[in-house]
Write a protein that binds this ligand. Structure first.
Ligand SMILES: Nc1ncnc2c1ncn2[C@@H]1O[C@H](COP(=O)(O)OP(=O)(O)OP(=O)(O)O)[C@@H](O)[C@H]1O
Ligand SMILES: [Mg+2]
Length: 338
Protein backbone atom coordinates (compact mmCIF):
# COMPACT_ATOMS: atom_id res chain seq x y z
CA UNK A 1 0.00 0.00 0.00
CA UNK A 2 1.33 3.41 -0.87
CA UNK A 3 2.10 5.70 2.00
CA UNK A 4 2.75 8.68 -0.23
CA UNK A 5 0.49 11.61 0.32
CA UNK A 6 -1.38 13.41 -2.38
CA UNK A 7 -0.73 17.10 -2.20
CA UNK A 8 -4.21 17.90 -3.48
CA UNK A 9 -6.21 16.14 -0.80
CA UNK A 10 -6.36 17.12 2.87
CA UNK A 11 -5.50 14.38 5.36
CA UNK A 12 -5.76 14.27 9.12
CA UNK A 13 -2.01 14.64 9.49
CA UNK A 14 -1.81 17.48 6.93
CA UNK A 15 -4.58 19.43 8.50
CA UNK A 16 -3.72 22.30 10.83
CA UNK A 17 -6.79 21.44 12.85
CA UNK A 18 -5.96 17.81 13.33
CA UNK A 19 -3.52 16.89 16.08
CA UNK A 20 -2.89 13.61 17.80
CA UNK A 21 -4.24 13.70 21.37
CA UNK A 22 -2.91 10.33 22.49
CA UNK A 23 -2.88 6.74 21.25
CA UNK A 24 -6.61 6.29 21.47
CA UNK A 25 -7.77 9.81 20.68
CA UNK A 26 -7.23 12.51 18.08
CA UNK A 27 -8.33 16.13 17.81
CA UNK A 28 -9.96 17.24 14.57
CA UNK A 29 -11.12 20.84 14.08
CA UNK A 30 -10.89 21.29 17.84
CA UNK A 31 -13.08 18.26 18.63
CA UNK A 32 -11.49 15.34 20.46
CA UNK A 33 -12.47 11.97 19.04
CA UNK A 34 -11.97 8.73 20.93
CA UNK A 35 -10.92 6.07 18.46
CA UNK A 36 -12.22 2.50 18.26
CA UNK A 37 -9.99 -0.53 18.85
CA UNK A 38 -8.57 -2.35 15.88
CA UNK A 39 -9.55 -5.98 15.30
CA UNK A 40 -6.72 -8.19 16.51
CA UNK A 41 -7.61 -11.85 15.89
CA UNK A 42 -5.61 -13.76 13.27
CA UNK A 43 -7.24 -14.52 9.94
CA UNK A 44 -5.74 -16.52 7.11
CA UNK A 45 -7.31 -17.11 3.72
CA UNK A 46 -6.97 -20.67 2.49
CA UNK A 47 -7.07 -21.61 -1.21
CA UNK A 48 -8.70 -19.46 -3.94
CA UNK A 49 -5.61 -17.29 -4.24
CA UNK A 50 -6.91 -15.36 -7.25
CA UNK A 51 -9.76 -13.61 -5.45
CA UNK A 52 -7.40 -12.53 -2.65
CA UNK A 53 -5.04 -11.05 -5.26
CA UNK A 54 -7.97 -9.26 -6.93
CA UNK A 55 -8.97 -7.72 -3.60
CA UNK A 56 -5.41 -6.64 -2.82
CA UNK A 57 -5.11 -5.11 -6.30
CA UNK A 58 -8.09 -2.86 -5.53
CA UNK A 59 -6.11 -1.29 -2.70
CA UNK A 60 -2.95 -0.54 -4.67
CA UNK A 61 -2.25 3.01 -5.83
CA UNK A 62 0.04 3.30 -8.83
CA UNK A 63 0.55 7.06 -8.78
CA UNK A 64 0.22 9.99 -6.39
CA UNK A 65 -3.00 10.97 -8.11
CA UNK A 66 -4.40 7.43 -8.17
CA UNK A 67 -7.16 6.40 -5.77
CA UNK A 68 -7.81 2.97 -4.24
CA UNK A 69 -11.01 1.08 -5.07
CA UNK A 70 -13.60 -0.12 -2.58
CA UNK A 71 -14.79 -3.53 -3.82
CA UNK A 72 -17.98 -5.41 -3.08
CA UNK A 73 -17.54 -9.00 -1.94
CA UNK A 74 -20.59 -11.07 -2.83
CA UNK A 75 -21.46 -14.68 -2.05
CA UNK A 76 -23.70 -17.04 -0.13
CA UNK A 77 -23.80 -16.90 3.68
CA UNK A 78 -20.81 -18.61 5.29
CA UNK A 79 -18.78 -18.87 2.08
CA UNK A 80 -15.93 -16.78 3.51
CA UNK A 81 -16.52 -13.12 2.49
CA UNK A 82 -15.65 -11.63 5.86
CA UNK A 83 -12.71 -13.99 6.25
CA UNK A 84 -11.37 -12.91 2.86
CA UNK A 85 -11.54 -9.22 3.77
CA UNK A 86 -9.90 -9.85 7.15
CA UNK A 87 -7.11 -11.88 5.59
CA UNK A 88 -6.46 -9.22 2.94
CA UNK A 89 -6.20 -6.50 5.60
CA UNK A 90 -3.86 -8.67 7.68
CA UNK A 91 -1.62 -9.17 4.65
CA UNK A 92 -1.31 -5.41 4.31
CA UNK A 93 -0.07 -5.22 7.89
CA UNK A 94 -2.29 -2.24 8.69
CA UNK A 95 -4.86 -1.87 11.48
CA UNK A 96 -8.14 -3.54 10.64
CA UNK A 97 -11.56 -2.26 11.71
CA UNK A 98 -14.81 -4.12 11.12
CA UNK A 99 -18.17 -2.39 11.10
CA UNK A 100 -21.16 -4.72 11.31
CA UNK A 101 -23.94 -3.07 9.32
CA UNK A 102 -27.57 -3.70 10.31
CA UNK A 103 -30.99 -2.46 9.27
CA UNK A 104 -30.89 -0.15 12.33
CA UNK A 105 -27.56 1.49 11.49
CA UNK A 106 -28.08 5.25 11.43
CA UNK A 107 -25.79 7.62 9.52
CA UNK A 108 -24.21 8.91 12.73
CA UNK A 109 -23.58 5.37 14.02
CA UNK A 110 -21.30 4.97 11.03
CA UNK A 111 -19.43 8.16 11.86
CA UNK A 112 -19.37 9.66 15.36
CA UNK A 113 -21.50 8.91 18.43
CA UNK A 114 -21.81 11.42 21.28
CA UNK A 115 -21.52 9.74 24.69
CA UNK A 116 -22.25 11.38 28.04
CA UNK A 117 -19.07 11.04 30.10
CA UNK A 118 -18.84 10.82 33.89
CA UNK A 119 -18.19 14.52 34.35
CA UNK A 120 -21.40 15.29 32.47
CA UNK A 121 -19.49 16.32 29.37
CA UNK A 122 -20.03 14.94 25.92
CA UNK A 123 -17.31 12.66 24.58
CA UNK A 124 -17.24 11.93 20.87
CA UNK A 125 -16.57 8.31 19.91
CA UNK A 126 -15.35 7.58 16.39
CA UNK A 127 -16.86 4.52 14.71
CA UNK A 128 -14.59 1.73 13.45
CA UNK A 129 -14.97 3.28 9.98
CA UNK A 130 -13.85 6.75 11.06
CA UNK A 131 -11.06 5.22 13.19
CA UNK A 132 -9.76 3.41 10.10
CA UNK A 133 -9.95 6.66 8.10
CA UNK A 134 -7.91 8.51 10.70
CA UNK A 135 -5.40 5.74 11.41
CA UNK A 136 -4.90 4.85 7.76
CA UNK A 137 -6.22 1.34 8.25
CA UNK A 138 -8.63 -0.96 6.46
CA UNK A 139 -12.35 -0.88 7.25
CA UNK A 140 -14.55 -3.82 6.34
CA UNK A 141 -18.19 -2.77 6.16
CA UNK A 142 -19.62 -6.16 6.88
CA UNK A 143 -22.99 -7.15 5.42
CA UNK A 144 -23.35 -3.70 3.88
CA UNK A 145 -26.65 -4.36 2.18
CA UNK A 146 -28.40 -4.72 5.53
CA UNK A 147 -28.01 -0.94 5.84
CA UNK A 148 -30.57 1.51 4.47
CA UNK A 149 -30.04 4.18 1.84
CA UNK A 150 -29.85 7.09 4.29
CA UNK A 151 -26.84 5.59 6.01
CA UNK A 152 -25.16 4.82 2.71
CA UNK A 153 -25.74 8.40 1.57
CA UNK A 154 -23.49 9.69 4.37
CA UNK A 155 -20.64 7.64 2.86
CA UNK A 156 -21.04 8.85 -0.73
CA UNK A 157 -18.22 11.47 -0.47
CA UNK A 158 -15.92 8.97 1.23
CA UNK A 159 -16.04 6.52 -1.63
CA UNK A 160 -15.39 8.95 -4.47
CA UNK A 161 -12.47 11.28 -5.02
CA UNK A 162 -13.48 13.51 -2.09
CA UNK A 163 -12.50 10.90 0.52
CA UNK A 164 -14.09 12.59 3.52
CA UNK A 165 -17.15 12.29 5.74
CA UNK A 166 -19.14 14.99 7.49
CA UNK A 167 -20.35 14.42 11.02
CA UNK A 168 -23.39 16.48 11.81
CA UNK A 169 -23.30 15.51 15.49
CA UNK A 170 -19.70 16.69 16.02
CA UNK A 171 -19.95 19.46 13.40
CA UNK A 172 -16.71 18.47 11.69
CA UNK A 173 -15.43 17.20 8.35
CA UNK A 174 -13.08 14.25 8.62
CA UNK A 175 -10.71 13.60 5.74
CA UNK A 176 -9.45 10.05 5.18
CA UNK A 177 -5.76 9.28 5.42
CA UNK A 178 -4.23 8.40 2.01
CA UNK A 179 -3.63 4.93 3.47
CA UNK A 180 -7.30 4.34 4.27
CA UNK A 181 -8.78 1.34 2.43
CA UNK A 182 -12.21 -0.30 2.55
CA UNK A 183 -14.19 -3.26 1.32
CA UNK A 184 -17.89 -4.07 1.66
CA UNK A 185 -19.27 -7.57 2.09
CA UNK A 186 -22.81 -8.27 0.96
CA UNK A 187 -25.17 -11.17 1.39
CA UNK A 188 -27.42 -12.47 -1.29
CA UNK A 189 -30.48 -13.16 0.78
CA UNK A 190 -33.87 -11.56 0.88
CA UNK A 191 -33.56 -9.80 4.24
CA UNK A 192 -31.45 -7.06 2.68
CA UNK A 193 -31.95 -3.58 1.22
CA UNK A 194 -31.57 -2.63 -2.39
CA UNK A 195 -28.54 -0.35 -2.49
CA UNK A 196 -29.07 2.67 -4.76
CA UNK A 197 -27.10 2.81 -8.00
CA UNK A 198 -25.13 5.94 -7.11
CA UNK A 199 -23.68 4.02 -4.16
CA UNK A 200 -23.15 0.77 -6.06
CA UNK A 201 -21.20 2.70 -8.68
CA UNK A 202 -18.78 3.73 -5.93
CA UNK A 203 -18.36 0.16 -4.70
CA UNK A 204 -16.41 -1.37 -7.53
CA UNK A 205 -15.38 -3.93 -8.64
CA UNK A 206 -17.68 -6.81 -7.66
CA UNK A 207 -15.77 -9.85 -6.46
CA UNK A 208 -17.82 -13.02 -6.27
CA UNK A 209 -16.65 -15.46 -3.59
CA UNK A 210 -17.47 -19.02 -4.61
CA UNK A 211 -17.41 -22.31 -2.73
CA UNK A 212 -13.97 -23.91 -2.32
CA UNK A 213 -12.90 -27.06 -4.17
CA UNK A 214 -12.43 -30.35 -2.34
CA UNK A 215 -8.78 -29.82 -1.45
CA UNK A 216 -9.31 -26.26 -0.23
CA UNK A 217 -12.41 -27.21 1.74
CA UNK A 218 -10.44 -29.90 3.54
CA UNK A 219 -7.66 -27.39 4.30
CA UNK A 220 -10.20 -24.84 5.63
CA UNK A 221 -11.75 -27.39 7.99
CA UNK A 222 -8.33 -28.58 9.15
CA UNK A 223 -7.23 -24.97 9.76
CA UNK A 224 -10.22 -24.24 11.99
CA UNK A 225 -10.44 -27.68 13.62
CA UNK A 226 -6.88 -29.06 13.78
CA UNK A 227 -8.05 -31.57 16.42
CA UNK A 228 -10.70 -33.19 14.18
CA UNK A 229 -10.11 -36.80 13.15
CA UNK A 230 -9.47 -37.47 9.45
CA UNK A 231 -12.57 -39.66 9.19
CA UNK A 232 -14.83 -36.87 10.46
CA UNK A 233 -13.17 -34.32 8.17
CA UNK A 234 -13.60 -36.62 5.18
CA UNK A 235 -17.32 -37.17 5.88
CA UNK A 236 -17.87 -33.41 6.12
CA UNK A 237 -15.90 -32.50 2.99
CA UNK A 238 -17.76 -35.20 1.06
CA UNK A 239 -21.08 -33.77 2.23
CA UNK A 240 -20.15 -30.15 1.44
CA UNK A 241 -18.78 -30.95 -2.00
CA UNK A 242 -21.92 -32.90 -2.85
CA UNK A 243 -24.02 -29.98 -1.71
CA UNK A 244 -21.97 -27.52 -3.86
CA UNK A 245 -22.44 -29.80 -6.89
CA UNK A 246 -26.19 -29.70 -6.31
CA UNK A 247 -26.07 -25.88 -6.02
CA UNK A 248 -27.28 -25.97 -2.42
CA UNK A 249 -26.11 -23.33 0.03
CA UNK A 250 -24.35 -25.37 2.71
CA UNK A 251 -21.10 -23.57 3.42
CA UNK A 252 -17.72 -24.07 5.10
CA UNK A 253 -19.27 -22.41 8.15
CA UNK A 254 -21.96 -25.11 8.22
CA UNK A 255 -19.24 -27.74 7.97
CA UNK A 256 -17.27 -26.18 10.83
CA UNK A 257 -20.36 -26.00 13.07
CA UNK A 258 -21.49 -29.53 12.39
CA UNK A 259 -18.01 -30.91 12.98
CA UNK A 260 -17.65 -29.01 16.23
CA UNK A 261 -20.92 -30.45 17.53
CA UNK A 262 -20.09 -34.00 16.44
CA UNK A 263 -16.66 -33.81 18.09
CA UNK A 264 -18.15 -32.48 21.32
CA UNK A 265 -20.71 -35.29 21.37
CA UNK A 266 -17.98 -37.88 20.89
CA UNK A 267 -15.87 -36.38 23.68
CA UNK A 268 -18.78 -36.08 26.09
CA UNK A 269 -18.97 -39.56 27.57
CA UNK A 270 -15.65 -41.34 27.63
CA UNK A 271 -17.19 -44.55 29.02
CA UNK A 272 -19.79 -44.88 26.27
CA UNK A 273 -18.23 -43.25 23.24
CA UNK A 274 -20.64 -42.40 20.43
CA UNK A 275 -19.64 -43.94 17.09
CA UNK A 276 -18.14 -41.48 14.59
CA UNK A 277 -20.85 -42.03 12.02
CA UNK A 278 -23.69 -41.68 14.56
CA UNK A 279 -22.28 -38.48 16.04
CA UNK A 280 -21.77 -37.03 12.57
CA UNK A 281 -25.32 -37.93 11.41
CA UNK A 282 -26.81 -36.45 14.55
CA UNK A 283 -24.79 -33.26 14.16
CA UNK A 284 -25.84 -32.99 10.53
CA UNK A 285 -29.50 -33.11 11.46
CA UNK A 286 -29.23 -30.83 14.48
CA UNK A 287 -27.03 -28.18 12.83
CA UNK A 288 -28.32 -28.12 9.28
CA UNK A 289 -31.84 -29.47 9.68
CA UNK A 290 -33.57 -32.66 8.62
CA UNK A 291 -33.55 -31.56 4.99
CA UNK A 292 -29.77 -31.86 4.90
CA UNK A 293 -29.95 -35.62 5.45
CA UNK A 294 -31.15 -36.19 1.89
CA UNK A 295 -29.41 -33.68 -0.34
CA UNK A 296 -30.78 -35.08 -3.59
CA UNK A 297 -34.41 -34.57 -2.57
CA UNK A 298 -33.64 -31.15 -1.15
CA UNK A 299 -32.00 -30.11 -4.42
CA UNK A 300 -34.96 -31.44 -6.37
CA UNK A 301 -37.41 -29.49 -4.22
CA UNK A 302 -35.28 -26.32 -4.58
CA UNK A 303 -35.11 -26.82 -8.32
CA UNK A 304 -38.89 -27.08 -8.55
CA UNK A 305 -39.62 -24.02 -6.45
CA UNK A 306 -36.97 -21.84 -8.08
CA UNK A 307 -36.48 -23.29 -11.52
CA UNK A 308 -40.06 -24.59 -11.81
CA UNK A 309 -40.36 -21.08 -12.97
CA UNK A 310 -42.35 -19.49 -10.35
CA UNK A 311 -45.51 -21.58 -10.73
CA UNK A 312 -46.62 -21.74 -7.12
CA UNK A 313 -47.05 -25.22 -5.69
CA UNK A 314 -50.66 -26.33 -5.35
CA UNK A 315 -52.06 -29.21 -3.32
CA UNK A 316 -51.87 -31.51 -6.35
CA UNK A 317 -48.10 -30.90 -6.60
CA UNK A 318 -47.67 -32.75 -3.34
CA UNK A 319 -49.14 -35.91 -4.85
CA UNK A 320 -48.21 -35.78 -8.54
CA UNK A 321 -45.06 -34.95 -10.45
CA UNK A 322 -45.45 -31.90 -12.71
CA UNK A 323 -45.37 -34.10 -15.84
CA UNK A 324 -47.61 -36.84 -14.44
CA UNK A 325 -50.57 -37.36 -16.83
CA UNK A 326 -52.84 -37.62 -13.77
CA UNK A 327 -51.81 -34.18 -12.48
CA UNK A 328 -55.06 -32.13 -12.48
CA UNK A 329 -53.27 -28.88 -13.47
CA UNK A 330 -51.16 -30.46 -16.19
CA UNK A 331 -50.87 -28.30 -19.26
CA UNK A 332 -51.89 -30.66 -22.09
CA UNK A 333 -50.74 -28.49 -24.97
CA UNK A 334 -49.85 -31.49 -27.06
CA UNK A 335 -53.30 -32.99 -26.70
CA UNK A 336 -54.92 -29.72 -27.67
CA UNK A 337 -52.89 -29.63 -30.84
CA UNK A 338 -54.08 -33.10 -31.72
N1 LIG B 1 -10.93 -19.68 2.38
C1 LIG B 1 -11.09 -19.72 3.71
N2 LIG B 1 -10.03 -19.71 4.53
C2 LIG B 1 -10.19 -19.77 5.87
N3 LIG B 1 -11.38 -19.82 6.49
C3 LIG B 1 -12.48 -19.83 5.73
C4 LIG B 1 -12.40 -19.76 4.30
N4 LIG B 1 -13.66 -19.78 3.80
C5 LIG B 1 -14.48 -19.85 4.86
N5 LIG B 1 -13.79 -19.86 6.02
C6 LIG B 1 -14.35 -19.96 7.39
O1 LIG B 1 -15.73 -20.22 7.25
C7 LIG B 1 -16.49 -19.48 8.19
C8 LIG B 1 -17.46 -18.57 7.50
O2 LIG B 1 -16.76 -17.54 6.83
P1 LIG B 1 -17.26 -16.02 6.86
O3 LIG B 1 -17.81 -15.67 8.19
O4 LIG B 1 -16.15 -15.20 6.31
O5 LIG B 1 -18.44 -16.13 5.80
P2 LIG B 1 -19.31 -14.95 5.18
O6 LIG B 1 -19.35 -15.20 3.72
O7 LIG B 1 -18.82 -13.63 5.65
O8 LIG B 1 -20.73 -15.29 5.81
P3 LIG B 1 -21.96 -14.26 6.09
O9 LIG B 1 -22.55 -13.96 4.75
O10 LIG B 1 -22.90 -15.06 6.93
O11 LIG B 1 -21.41 -13.06 6.78
C9 LIG B 1 -15.48 -18.73 9.05
O12 LIG B 1 -15.20 -19.46 10.20
C10 LIG B 1 -14.27 -18.64 8.15
O13 LIG B 1 -13.12 -18.53 8.91
MG1 LIG C 1 -19.68 -12.23 6.85
Amino acid sequence: MSSRKSSSRPTPSDSQDSVPANDSAVVIEGVELKLAHAYQAPGDWIGQAEILKQLLACWITVDETDLPLTPRLLGSPGVGKTQLAIAAAKQQGVPLYIYQCTADTRPEDLLITPVLSRGGEIAYHASPLVSAMIRGGVCVLDEGNRMNEKSWASLAPLFDNRRYVESIVAGITIPASPDFRAAVTMNQDESTFEIPDYILSRLQPTLQVGFPNKQDEMAILQYHLPFAEPEMLALTVEFLQHSHELKLDFSPRDGINLLRFAIKRMAQDKDHPVAHEDAWQEALEKCLGEDAVDLESLAERRRRTLGGDSVPLGLADLFFDADDPLHPDRDDDDDDLD
